[in-house]
Design a protein around this ligand. Structure first.
Ligand SMILES: Nc1ncnc2c1ncn2[C@@H]1O[C@H](COP(=O)(O)OP(=O)(O)OP(=O)(O)O)[C@@H](O)[C@H]1O
Ligand SMILES: [Mg+2]
Length: 282
């Protein structure tokens, strides 16, 4: 397969095998993850939800290669990408889109988008520009934005450019850590539909972390609910709502039922986190 074709494929299985993470074992000894096991299927849209501080970002960062783990292992397809005795490093096969964005403000949209392939020496400038334009067309970003600087884009459009930039290198998986948290609710809902479109077109495995239940149920094939810290998996909800989905789904009984199930599971954990917080303050 052409390395930059963004075609659907059968790659991108993430296997999280008995993963634990302790920060600062000699000092504060914060156990962030406890014996976590999960599998994300190739091409699946998986959403991880849980109360603040339960270890969601820790798990995402461990998959991304930004954070080492204390026990267990993580695989991407057949390849081991994390274990306690490994020095992990980020790979082009798993790309992260963060909450706060990461576009270079001094570069135009086009320069931001060609930066990855050029800096990796994968393509000459002309090739990178052609590839970026092809992907912009495919993923619905108007070419009229090419010469604009990030500061002149709306917050939603910035996120769009970041998602496209993440996909330029054709990663096997896309990791998103609360990417829409700072957006107003209208823009957020447009970005949900945009991300679903990108998902339909690319078929990438998506691992998405959030606090937001409605977002989780709207986007996911499966929602994994984590317990309060140390995070382990409390429940898994299969969101059996047909795709393609758009905002009409939000008003359906089926959606409400899935959301209700998720609310109940998350609420129990939120209450525990709330009470534990009170105890820590006492
Ligand atoms: N570098 C660190 N050193 C010590 N403790 C840490 C470190 N990073 C995170 N923690 C702690 O580990 C726990 C899990 O943190 P993490 O950021 O993974 O949670 P989260 O679920 O992403 O939270 P949020 O929903 O607020 O983003 C928290 O208690 C946090 O304070
Ligand atoms: Mg987090």
């Amino acid at each position: 397969m052409d390395n930059n074709s963004l075609e659907q494929n059968n790659e991108g299985r993430i296997t999280i095998d008995h993963v634990s993470k302790v920060y600062d074992p000699e000092g504060a000894n914060v156990r962030a993850l406890n014996n976590c096991c999960a599998e994300v299927e190739p091409g699946e849209f998986l959403v991880l939800i849980g109360p603040s501080g339960c270890g969601k970002t820790t798990l995402l960062n461990a998959i991304a290669g930004f954070e080492n783990i204390t026990e267990g292992s993580i695989y991407l397809d057949e390849k081991i990408i994390a274990s306690p005795d490994m020095n992990q490093s980020p790979g082009a096969d798993r790309i992260v889109v963060f909450q706060n964005g990461a576009l270079f403000p001094w570069k135009t949209v086009l320069e931001n988008l060609i930066y990855g392939p050029m800096v990796q020496g994968k393509m000459f400038r002309d090739e990178a520009v052609a590839e970026v334009r092809r992907i912009m067309d495919k993923l619905g970003l108007s070419r009229s934005t090419e010469d604009l600087y990030p500061d002149s884009l709306s917050s939603g459009m910035k996120r769009q450019v970041e998602i496209i930039r993440a996909l330029i290198n054709n990663p096997k998986v896309l990791l998103l850590d609360e990417p829409f948290r700072a957006l107003d609710s209208m823009t957020k809902s447009l970005m949900h539909e945009y991300l679903l479109e990108v998902y339909e077109i690319t078929g990438k495995t998506i691992f998405f972390v959030t606090h937001d239940l409605e977002e989780a149920v709207f986007l996911a094939d499966r929602v994994i609910i984590m317990t309060t810290r140390p995070g382990l998996i409390k429940a898994i909800i299969d969101v059996d709502i047909p795709r393609p989905r758009d905002f009409h789904v939000l008003a359906t009984v089926q959606f409400m039922e899935f959301k209700d199930r998720a609310v109940k599971a998350v609420r129990e954990e939120a209450l525990k986190a709330f009470e534990a917080g009170d105890r820590e303050l006492a």
